[in-house]
Design a protein around this ligand. Structure first.
Ligand code: ZN
Ligand code: ZN
Length: 414
């Protein structure tokens, strides 16, 4: 016995205009736009929402789009797609490969926009089957971690109804046709940190007149390796990577400053706080030990919070996905070390569910080396790869995931 939500979802999406949606996807894929430059993409999404009967607005938080469909009493459900592409040169060789040099939809956000447009149209056409308010959001600049926050800062929830629940989804490697749900932490937090070490420059032959920031930076980089290994409990997951170190201009000049850039991945606020405190302490301690004329500057750069699904929300959405697609298609992969800014749309407290749709073409998956799912997962092109190419077979299922997820809240109770 299936739920009313699942029955309505299957009914509403029975005749999806799949080839038109595929054309829409191919057009978006040919014309990728970087973060906060998604003008063409935003206009294309807005046009589709307007045609479907949504009241729309563009330019929210830069290039963001929102559309609302008020359809009687009931909760407000937000469906979100991110819209930005990446500075990657496409190497897929597809007939619909990027026509913009050096820019590619290598994270599949073009698929997300296609799903959102398809779901919005299907739910609008099938509005007799549900009641409530549907809020759809085309979010800019997910890759820089700034788009969701920019839309909120620009009054998204003053201009449009504040949602009761938020739903979002992302393509991921894996044999096309599976749905990865985690009823809790699904994506890690990321934090960039910059450290500037202030020494005293001078001639390479007279180190006694200087404080060498290169040596101090080297000690800092080395000691930072102990943060995860010696200060964080083994049961926690965390990464600290120094990705950039920069100092000096010539071999016989001791420079005045050195710069270190590092990135953290964490899965709890407490671990992140502890790592940041350790980084500050180590930087200050090494500068003190070296006799630096002043302390280091430690600044936080770009960051994404952790994505933590509300367990009840995720169970409800995963439940309807099991009904629509079959019990065996929904699995729990556990938390990933990747990051997302979707949770910022939740404004700190609104419940949300965020899930993955596997999208590797069957032929690519079947030829991938490896015995089990995880070995193949690591072998096929991943998000951000110049070879990343979601299978078009996921167009219709990704519309159904959004429609059925929304109807889990908007369809009449059984
Ligand atoms: Zn990405
Ligand atoms: Zn992405």
């Amino acid at each position: 016995m299936t739920s009313a939500a699942a029955r309505a979802a299957l009914d509403i999406t029975a005749d999806l205009p799949v080839s038109a949606l595929e054309d829409f996807y191919r057009d978006l894929h040919r014309h990728p736009e970087l973060a906060f430059q998604e003008h063409r993409t935003a206009a294309a999404l807005t046009e589709r929402l307007t045609q479907a009967g949504f009241e729309t607005a563009e330019g929210i938080g830069g290039t963001g789009v929102a559309g609302v469909l008020r359809n009687g009493e009931g909760p407000t459900v937000l469906l979100r797609a991110d819209m930005d592409a990446l500075p990657v040169t496409e190497e897929t060789g597809l007939a619909y490969a990027s026509q913009t040099p050096g820019v590619m939809h290598a994270c599949g956000h073009d698929m997300h926009v296609t799903w959102l447009a398809g779901a919005a149209a299907a739910l609008a056409a099938g509005r007799d089957a549900w009641s409530g308010t549907l809020l759809v959001v085309g979010q800019p600049a997910e890759e820089s971690g700034k788009g969701a926050a920019a839309m909120l800062a620009d009054g998204l929830y003053d201009r449009f109804p504040r949602p009761d629940v938020l739903l979002g989804q992302h393509v991921t490697p894996g044999p096309a046709g599976l749905y990865a749900h985690v009823p809790g932490l699904i994506m890690s937090a990321t934090t960039d940190v910059d450290i500037v070490v202030h020494g005293r420059g001078g001639h390479g032959s007279r180190p006694e007149t200087t404080v060498d920031p290169v040596v101090t930076a080297a000690y800092i980089v080395t000691r930072l390796q102990t943060v995860v290994s010696r200060e964080i409990a083994p049961r926690e997951s965390a990464v600290l990577t120094v990705g950039r170190i920069e100092a000096g201009t010539a071999s016989n000049i001791i420079p005045a400053t050195a710069r270190i850039s590092l990135n953290l991945r964490t899965q709890s606020e407490a671990v992140r706080d502890r790592m940041l405190a350790a980084i500050r302490r180590i930087a200050e301690g090494e500068c003190l030990a070296a006799g630096c004329p002043r302390g280091p500057e430690v600044t936080l750069g770009n960051g994404f919070p952790a994505t933590v699904n509300d367990a009840d929300t995720d169970h409800r959405v995963a439940g309807v996905h099991r009904e629509v697609f079959g019990e065996a298609t929904v699995f729990d992969p556990g938390p990933a070390m990747g990051s997302e800014d979707f949770s910022q749309l939740a404004d700190g407290k609104l419940p949300y569910a965020y899930w993955f749709v596997t999208s590797t073409p069957a032929a690519v998956w079947d030829e991938a080396p490896g015995e089990d799912l995880m070995e193949r997962f690591d072998a096929v092109p991943s998000n951000h790869s110049p070879l990343f190419a979601p299978d078009l077979s996921v167009v219709a299922p990704g519309v159904r995931t959004l429609v059925s997820g929304a109807l889990a809240y908007l369809a009449p109770a059984d």
